[in-house]
Design a protein around this ligand. Sequence first.
Ligand SMILES: [Zn+2]
Length: 550
Amino acid sequence: MNPTRREFLGSMAAVSIFPMEAEKPELILFNGNVVTVNAREPRAQALAISRGRIVAIGSDADVLHLAAASSQKIDLGGKTVLPGFIDAHSHPAMAGVMHLRMVDCDLRSIAAIQSAMRERAAKTPAGEWVLGFKYDDTKTTDGRPLKIEDLDAAVPDHPVQIEHRGGHTVYCNSLAFQKAGISDKTPDPPGGKIDRDPATGKLSGRAAESARELFNKVIPEKLTRDDHREGVKLISKMLAKTGITSATEAQGTPTDLLAYQDAHEAGELLYRAYCFINYRYIDSMISAGVRTGLGDEWVRVGAMKLVCDGSISERTARLSTPYEGRPNDYGILVMTEEELYSYGKKAHLAGWQIGTHANGDVGIDTTLRVYERLQKESPRHDPRFRLEHCTLINDDLVARIKALGAIPTPFSTYVYYHGEKMRNYGAERLNHMFALRSFLDAGIRATQASDYPPGEFIPMMALQSEVTRTDMKGNVWGPKQRITVQEAIRVGTINGAYASYEENLKGSLEAGKVADLVVLGRDPLKEDPSTLVTIPVERTMAGGKWTWEA
Ligand SMILES: [Zn+2]
């Protein structure tokens, strides 16, 4: 789509100026191709910014005319400007501390992982834990997952635990199992699984879901308050570089909430955080009078987080029909419907938004039943129930989501980045997964969501993945769910703002909203969809300040 200049100018309303801001703008960005995501004024050329807010937006002539002698003016050279991207489901504070203290195992062979772990062990006193993360069994060239023997051979004298990229399973060496009190004979805990070699019955090295807690109990949590702040600082820079200006901490704890406040106070927080609170902390939060929305435009208390089923990338999501080639495997339900309901009721009555991890169609159905029951028993105005991930849908589920006004946060980059995992679900099922086309057609406000670390958070990758439904190797997965670039931009901006009750604050470029934006090297609306991921992010601004400049 290549609008002529006349159409372009014709699509602009007269300059709109935020009436409350009488003062002169501090900064004016002009000569831009500004995609506002505001239906009343879809395109603009210039923005005036003062005290972190957009005070005027419109044509160059109208906005430049507001400049005072003190106003800084930046010529955008015709570059495309979009609202800053909102990652509606991610784990940034958690990922930040992981990057600080764990070995990044996003490597392409078991040998490479062994040597990275060995290297870290050499610098770690014997007996202390050596931890890794972002391991992905489908991305190594070995064609088989890590085994207990691999880790014993690499690191014999330290307990080792490597988290799968999906975050629901771990791979450990013998010493780690010993420390966790797990032997070949230990039964699977409820909601969890300790894998064994089918031939010998011996531990294979992998533990899933609630079985992880046996390790969590014995891995010392040595992180200080400062470490958590440092983690937010580190991840802030990583997100800003890609054009993200807001993110939801989807499994937040009081520690994360504090880390966000500390980082913000230190001037190190570069994105707006909507910090979910894990259900385990909900009683103390409610008794302290806290609920969703408390905070300010930088650090805000988000929804209470519940978890219904397993993960897509690790093939533990609960499905109504089994995984391809594994006729008895339907995945895992992590919490019972009654547990979801009893936590949900507490939070719902106390005015909290609820966000429940639900991937498989059975997980989504269960979660919706809980939400429907809560709304029926105690109707609340605009509860904006969230379905975290909401991966595998059917027509009935979509209709119920629409009727409830619920918000799905499907994985945005999985098709592109995790293509090799799609085979586990099969071609037919893929047409009902990450189902943005179905959601948008039904008028449901689905969001962009990376789930980092499990998924990549690069917004341009999200656009490409959602628009092309094609993976890195060129395989197409679920083409019926393709959306347009324009739609994908809305999903990544204003829909994300809606999901946190902040659609009047951010998500589009309008006078009165915060100055959160991204300047791109090329216009995604004119780009070949198969190269969207290569569009460079030249600058990112949050609250009127550049958080990234190439
Ligand atoms: Zn998540």
